[in-house]
Design a protein around this ligand. Structure first.
Ligand SMILES: [Zn+2]
Ligand SMILES: [Zn+2]
Length: 748
């Protein structure tokens, strides 16, 4: 008798029926069962046969499964099996099973909903073993129907027959249902009244509303979307006004890949990614001529597109002539809406809501990705990609909980040799987002039956995540609390995804993060080793006039440099930056600068993009994070090879020297924007290259600044073997992973 144990993504992906059918074809006797690690198979057969059988498991495994390990062990048993069965699941405390992600509707299901003779013709919740919701409906492991939000739907006779038939493609598909027994739609108006829909024509009705220029809310897999016709200026403006989102680009859902190609340039990699069963939002280069409203992504040459991923989206898009705006339904900075109560709180934003009665247990936003030079990068890791399982350099017996940063937050736990990273949670501002953050910690702890020995957080005393870490520590004296420097965590994260543990030169460029000296770092060169780092270079500190306010106003950054350069003479100067302030504001800010009131020192590289955007009048006040960097991308000209002169003084680069040269260029009044932007990008690349040559170590990038596609491409071209946060995020969503690595590394 043999025991075969398989770990990896092997639950909720049709693994047991697959094993069952394979065992039948081998004429094996025994059983297969889910457990806390994955699946166990008991086989009564010769060693040769068991080995042949496991070979075929590896070769034929179900599409959505991922095998991490297979162990074969001989066991003693007197039991005689007469057949091969799927046994009911055991409870287990030591859980290392990977939770499958939510997967887009598969081809077979799509064919069925389009087939008039199929009993699920136009059923908006069709799923099978290979597709449908997973993470978003799981309450706990093991992944069985009773542990999901499908537990309240009692299967009808026909569904039950499919569920129980090992030859059926819905055998043990936990979320299955049909018109008779499964989830159903509900249409509401914004006064919470049910709108009567004749003959179940929900789709036709909602399509009519969208075509008429209404704003509708639609419940998807991991949350609600706000939706409107993407070609209708009035509808898009209405959505912007109601959502108080003046210019941040909207993501667009298109019915198929051909429609995507009419809107943007789509290469082979991007096409594959758009059509993959993860169906993320993919950032693409917008075609100059397209039929979208100009208000979708004003002044930006990129556009985020995605294809329908639920049967409901598919049914709606098939009936619509135009692409739709599909943006996460949330009040700015608050978490994504997942319940009826939450979407009702936003009823002033939408006119109608297409709701349904399958509960979202775990919220999960749409993922946002892009391709750059044969590498894939994430801006937001969520639906389809999370929870993410990352490797640790070694196994750990300590339970580590890392709480990440404050913006774009994620949390992570360690289980054996893995870090399990939560989906993107969002910014920690306001009580509901903090509660949402806590609930994400609870989800991971509950599913993995985890309680921490060590908590890791950022060094910033005012981060909500740091405050929570101290709160948890104060409640449990046995907990160890470790704080990890922000920019070091960025570099460790990129090292981690690339399995690098040797000494490197890390370039950690972002908005701001708390430095060891109490100043706000953000333009850092760190020589990093497994167990520590040395700060070998950075941008010379400048004042953030008004603290947080300066982060939203590029003109305050530029003004800070202009004060450095002109001092009191600033009042005689008339340039774009100065002109954007009233005389009174200028005087006040001068005092603020002189006395250093509410003006923390920073070495942030992200803010230098702001400075440039203000000096050449591209943006004085931002309406969303990273706006100035995105706008600068439009003005880069690859034919301009010049750079601005710079120097390192004790490892510090004084950006005022560069601002002086920018002012000289502006005075020349020729193609100012293109010249300045191109030279600025080239200069940042040259600064990095100079340090790379000096230290002669592998160069590792980390931090949100490297989401800038121009900068990324220039660096990839210039520096061979550059180590990138590929298949991962470079922004603060990466911090939780880096924090876990900092603790593990100390242990080695
Ligand atoms: Zn399917
Ligand atoms: Zn049914």
């Amino acid at each position: 008798m043999y025991l075969v144990e398989i770990s990896g993504v092997v639950q909720g992906v049709g693994f047991r029926p697959f094993i069952h059918n394979l065992a039948l074809s081998f004429d094996l006797k025994g059983y297969v069962i889910n457990n806390g690690y994955g699946v166990s198979i008991i086989i009564q057969a010769s060693k040769d046969k068991v080995e042949q059988f496991t070979e075929q498991i590896k070769l034929q495994k179900p599409i959505l499964s991922k095998i991490e390990s297979i162990h074969i062990k001989q066991i003693k048993s007197k039991k005689i099996f007469k057949s091969f069965k799927i046994k009911k699941t055991k409870k287990s405390n030591h859980i290392l099973t990977m939770i499958p992600s939510d997967i887009a509707m598969c081809k077979e299901c799509q064919e069925e909903i389009e087939d008039k003779n199929n009993r699920r013709y136009r059923y908006p919740f069709i799923t099978c073993t290979n597709c449908g919701p997973r993470y978003s409906i799981i309450k706990t492991l093991p992944y069985d129907r009773c542990n999901t939000s499908m537990d309240k739907f009692i299967m009808c006779k026909k569904c039950k027959k499919e569920y129980k038939n090992p030859k059926d493609r819905r055998y043990h598909a936990q979320p299955i249902g049909c018109f008779e027994c499964g989830p159903s739609l509900l249409l509401l108006n914004n006064k919470a009244q049910t709108v009567e829909v004749k003959n179940d024509k929900f789709i036709d009705k909602i399509v009519k509303f969208i075509s008429d220029g209404k704003i509708v809310a639609i419940k998807g897999i991991g949350g609600y979307h706000l939706i409107c016709d993407a070609t209708n200026d009035e509808a898009v403006q209405l959505l912007r006004d109601r959502k108080k989102r003046p210019s941040k680009p909207f993501a667009i859902m298109v019915k198929d890949i051909n429609t995507a190609k009419q809107i943007a340039a789509v290469n082979k990699n991007e096409e594959e990614l758009l059509s993959s069963n993860k169906r993320p939002i993919v950032l693409l280069k917008k075609n100059k001529i397209n039929n979208l409203s100009k208000l979708i992504a004003p002044d930006i040459n990129q556009i985020g597109l995605f294809l329908p991923y639920t049967p409901l989206h598919h049914l709606i898009l098939q009936k619509l002539d135009n692409p739709i705006v599909a943006t996460s339904a949330n009040i700015s900075n608050e978490p994504l809406c997942t319940t009826y109560e939450e979407i009702m709180q936003m009823s002033s934003i939408w006119d109608y809501c297409l709701d349904h009665n399958r509960d979202i247990v775990n919220s999960c936003d749409d993922s946002v990705l892009f391709w750059q030079h044969d590498n894939m990068f994430m801006l937001r890791g969520a639906r389809g990609y999370t929870p993410k399982y990352l490797n640790l350099p070694k196994k750990t017996n300590k339970n580590i909980l890392s709480l990440g940063a404050n913006q774009k937050s994620t949390v992570a736990i360690t289980v054996k040799d893995k870090v399990i990273l939560s989906p993107y949670i969002g910014d920690l501002e306001g009580i509901s987002s903090i509660n949402h953050f806590k609930s994400n910690i609870d989800i991971l702890m509950r599913i993995y039956n985890f309680s921490p020995d060590i908590i890791v957080c950022d060094k910033h005393p005012n981060y909500e995540s740091t405050k929570l870490a101290f709160e948890l520590k104060s409640k449990n004296k046995n907990l160890e609390l470790i704080q990890v420097q922000h920019h070091y965590a960025h570099i460790l994260a990129t090292m981690g995804v690339n399995n690098i543990t040797s000494k490197v030169l890390g370039v950690s460029f972002d908005g701001t993060g708390y430095g060891d000296d109490g100043n706000l770092w953000g333009g850092e060169f760190l020589v990093c080793e497994r167990n520590g780092y040395e700060r070998v270079g950075h941008f010379k500190y400048f004042k953030l006039l008004g603290g947080k306010k300066a982060i939203k106003e590029p003109r305050r950054i530029a003004l800070s440099f202009l004060f450095d350069i002109y001092g009191e003479n600033i009042f005689e100067i008339k340039n774009n930056t100065v002109k954007s302030f009233s005389k009174h504001e200028l005087k006040t800010l001068y005092q603020v600068w002189q006395k250093g009131l509410n003006s923390p020192l920073t070495s942030s590289c992200g803010r230098l993009f702001d400075c440039v955007a203000s000096l050449i009048n591209i943006k004085q006040i931002c309406s969303y994070e990273g706006e100035s960097g995105l706008l600068l991308e439009n003005f880069y000209d690859a034919n301009i090879k010049d750079i601005y002169k710079f120097s390192f003084d004790n490892g510090q680069i004084d950006f005022s020297q560069i601002v002086n040269q920018i002012l000289e260029d502006i005075a020349k009044e020729e193609n100012i924007k293109i010249v300045v932007v191109s030279k600025f990008f080239n200069t940042i690349v040259e600064i990095i290259f100079t340090m790379y040559k000096k230290y002669d170590l592998p160069l590792v990038l980390g931090g949100g600044v490297f989401q800038n596609r121009i900068l990324l491409q220039l660096l990839i071209d210039k520096i061979p073997n550059i180590i990138l946060p590929k298949d991962f995020v470079s922004n603060d969503s990466a911090i939780a992973f880096g924090q876990a690595l900092a603790v593990i590394n100390k242990d080695i």
